[in-house]
Design a binder for this molecule. Sequence first.
Ligand SMILES: CSC[C@@H](O)[C@@H](O)C(=O)COP(=O)(O)O
Ligand SMILES: [Zn+2]
Length: 203
Amino acid sequence: MWQQRLTQLVTACHWIGSKGWAPATGGNMSVREDEQWCWLSESGRDKGTLTTDDFLKVNIATLQAPSGRTPSAETGLHTLIYRLFPEANAVLHVHTVNATVLSRIEKNVQLALSGYEMQKSLTGQQSHLDTVPIAIFENDQDIAALSARIEAYAEQHPLHYGFLLRGHGLTCWGKDVSEARRHLEGLEFLFECELKRRLYTTE
Ligand SMILES: CSC[C@@H](O)[C@@H](O)C(=O)COP(=O)(O)O
Ligand SMILES: [Zn+2]
């Protein structure tokens, strides 16, 4: 099961690379093996050319990698998502231009998406008339501190699909690689629309 997930994740990484969403080694990706373990991209690799050998088994509770190799610098965000959301089996973190810029232009702690048909690319969304809030967290080089802030937020607010790190990028997830990919592509499309809308209108 998880081996198939990992193969699908490698394909997703190549797709992300071809889109230019993980430039200059930015981004990181993972899949869950089970309640205890996940497989995370090795730190510092070009995420567009990864193979299955570039993923490290990581303990979700302790963040330890038995291989002794160094998993992503943002391992703590992936393991947080697997801890918070038992239904999440794949996590994608990307550095897209739209996510990076929009998260700086939007000064609030949430980006409100409404009026877009493509909101329905997000599981459970059924109408452009609804508002989808996407949380924005201040970026932090201290990933443990950032994870604690996200966890505290999730205790008070629903946290679906993904979140933005201001000036940094998007982290999103799904019940499988295919759903995580749809959330990534859908959110990225919505971010680009929202960025352009703000460029052309004053509303
Ligand atoms: C280009 S450096 C960006 C990193 O600091 C980080 O934000 C990132 O997404 C990739 O880190 P990595 O340790 O390779 O998973
Ligand atoms: Zn990053």
